[in-house]
Write a protein that binds this ligand. Structure first.
Ligand code: AMP
Ligand code: MG
Length: 281
């Protein structure tokens, strides 16, 4: 056994080749700091906020770098939970969260990347996508709304789009929140049982659940075709909410540590500026 510390990014990166999600354990907890309590403590102590501030500060001096966290997963996988629990560790001013719903008539009239481009993070910002351009290789494929040649072509467009984003300074971190069929049942039942959660329940989610294996195949295809070093896919076991939240925070932390954003080095004339603050000023 090597002694070097394995990164979570290595541990969760999708394994290339014919990806089959059935081979990924939805309840696993690789590299977790212990159980739920330890994970919560690790998150509370995470240096994410400072790293994010450095990214934001860097951009005030002309830095061009940003981060885009893409969250995909079936209903109840926890995309909203990640937005609540991970993104709350960040400063709101440096975050931009966008949830993508069924395209509006205006969005549907445009190329599928049109609404995505409008939501990209500006320099210094961590963008978070709750669903994304990947919906356009999932829903239309499962419901046979476009021919196979079209969704396959979209894979290529997405790869070119993300490579371009990376080249322009946006680090793309893509997380697939992987839950089991049984976990989805439990969570949908929990929604039905709780008047404070019923608002999230849509009967259409049960219709989509009936296509579970088609969706698993479509997710597997997306992970296979659109994983690259410029825009890697991570499969995050998400049956345990505490692990999912910790892991995505940790993927972000590792990403920001590698980016190593820097506070700008400013050439301030400190004596003159201090003079201007001399009492009574
Ligand atoms: P929710 O995230 O629960 O608010 O649900 C949003 C719904 O919008 C889901 O059923 C998605 O599958 C659907 N959706 C999002 N983007 C697209 C898209 N590009 N094409 C078709 N359906 C989409
Ligand atoms: Mg929903």
């Amino acid at each position: 056994m090597g002694t070097e510390q394995k990164s979570l990014r290595d541990a969760l990166r999708v394994r290339p080749g014919a990806v089959n999600l059935a081979g990924y354990d939805t309840a696993a907890t690789p590299l977790s700091p212990g159980g739920k309590d330890k994970a919560l403590r690790a998150m509370a102590a995470s240096p994410l906020a400072e790293l994010q501030e450095r990214l934001y500060a860097e951009a005030t001096a002309g830095g061009r770098r940003s981060v885009l966290l893409v969250l995909q997963g079936t209903d109840t996988a926890g995309k909203g939970g990640v937005v609540n629990h991970v993104v709350e560790l960040l400063s709101p001013e440096g975050v931009r969260v966008t949830a993508f719903k069924v395209p509006t008539p205006e969005e549907a009239a445009h190329h599928f990347l049109w609404r995505i481009r409008k939501a990209l993070p500006s320099p210094g910002v961590v963008g978070v996508f709750d669903r994304s351009h990947y919906e356009d290789v999932l829903v239309p494929r499962v419901h046979e709304l476009v021919p196979e040649s079209e969704w396959r072509r979209r894979y290529e467009e997405i790869n070119a789009f993300e490579a371009d984003l990376a080249a322009k300074g946006t680090t793309v971190v893509k997380c697939f929140l992987h839950i089991s069929h049984a976990t989805q049942r439990e969570r949908l039942l929990a929604r039905l049982a709780d008047p404070t959660k019923q608002w999230k329940f849509q009967e259409a989610d049960l219709d989509e659940r009936a296509y579970w294996s088609d969706y698993q195949a479509a997710y597997s295809g997306m992970l296979d075709a659109c994983d690259s070093d410029a825009a890697p896919w991570y499969v995050v076991p998400s049956d345990r909410k505490w692990y999912r939240n910790w892991a995505i925070g940790e993927l972000l932390r590792e990403t920001l540590v590698e980016l190593d954003p820097q506070y700008p080095k400013l050439d301030l004339d400190l004596p003159r500026l201090r003079l201007r603050l001399r009492p009574p000023y």
